[in-house]
Design a protein around this ligand. Structure first.
Ligand code: AVJ
Length: 319
């Protein structure tokens, strides 16, 4: 096999069909919602990379600190021959793992963005010429068919992205992960942790307005893909801490009463002045809650590591 293979499990029009369904359902529900997956067109992915460098946005730095400190232990604990990374994106986080996983034979990055996968795969092969990279263009929530690869396998879901799933979606996801894992395999999970509201709000509403631009970008995606006429200037970015559910919500608030036309869906969407669309939840976790959610899916929490100031955690779980 050539060192870099790419398997497309998404039919070519999958994303447009899924966007149409999500927008039609989300903007006609009450309250209105949009799923966060649609942030990540090329501009959105670029804005997210900018967010990870912001002083207020601590999760990326905190997770990198843990990976650098614990990659050797993770390698020893798992002896992984295959690393599967869900939502790999730029695979920047993965480098620390790949450097430590000295027995690694195959890397399987999974992402909906084929361009991100190709770029990341080429870059990693340059540094790890002996590695086999089998990239999967897939939506990890859509049920995963992993390519044949030597075990034991380590399934990594980093960045705190599991926090984007609502509790019921997390349950389904963790059960699908458990069904994927065989004895000897492991799940490496990145979770942002509950902390003071001020720190959380600053991380999702930075002083430079990068997160605001990231949030509004979903309107541009819908304008481009569905010929809608959203005016991003007529919406304000908001970050809200829901202390009961322990999650951050990103919202877009309509600054006036307005009607947005979405011709591709033959839809006109009315917004009252001040009405808000929820565009993302980012759940924050506690150790016992993670242990419980993993346990309910048939996974056992084996290791729990945090950064020096306990802002973020990596956990290792097995069947
Ligand atoms: C990439 C989903 C982990 O939830 O913190 C960053 C996305 N949203 N700033 C997160 C995000 C607003 C990020 N994840």
């Amino acid at each position: 096999m050539s060192p870099l293979a790419i398997t497309r499990t998404l039919p070519p029009d999958a994303t447009t069909a899924a966007l149409r369904t999500d927008v039609a359902q989300g903007l006609t529900s009450s309250p209105k919602t949009l799923p966060p997956k649609w942030f990540y067109d090329a501009r959105g992915s670029e804005l997210f990379e900018d967010i990870t460098a912001l002083p207020e946005y601590y999760p990326t730095r905190a997770e990198r600190e843990i990976l650098l400190a614990r990659a050797g232990q993770i390698a020893t604990a798992t002896g992984a021959r295959t690393l599967v990374e869900l939502g790999s994106g730029s695979s920047e986080k993965t480098r620390h793992l790949l450097d430590a996983l000295t027995r690694l034979h195959t890397y399987v990055p999974v992402d909906v963005s084929e361009s991100a996968l190709a770029a990341a795969g080429e870059a990693l092969l340059a540094d790890h010429p002996g590695l086999t990279v089998h990239a999967l263009v897939a939506d990890f929530q859509g049920g995963l068919e992993l390519p044949e690869a030597p075990g034991p396998r380590l399934l990594a879901f980093l960045g705190g992205t599991i926090g984007n799933l609502l509790p019921a979606e997390r349950t389904g996801f963790l059960h699908s992960v458990r069904d994927l894992l065989e004895p000897g395999d492991a799940l490496l999970l990145g979770t942002d942790l509950v902390k003071d509201e001020g720190t959380l709000l600053a991380a999702y509403d930075d002083s430079q307005g990068v997160t605001a631009e990231f949030n509004k970008n979903v309107l541009t995606v819908i304008n481009r893909e569905l010929a809608a006429d959203f005016d991003p200037a007529q919406f304000a970015h908001r970050a809200v801490w829901d202390a009961e559910r322990e999650w951050i919500e990103m919202r877009l608030r309509s600054l006036k009463e307005q009607t947005v036309k979405i011709p591709a869906l033959d839809l006109a969407v009315h917004f009252a002045a001040g009405e808000e669309v929820r565009t993302e939840v980012s759940a924050k976790f506690r150790k016992e809650g993670v242990r419980r959610e993993l346990g309910a899916a048939g996974l056992e929490l084996r290791d729990w590591w945090t950064d020096g100031t306990a802002r973020f955690a990596l956990s290792l779980a097995v069947r």
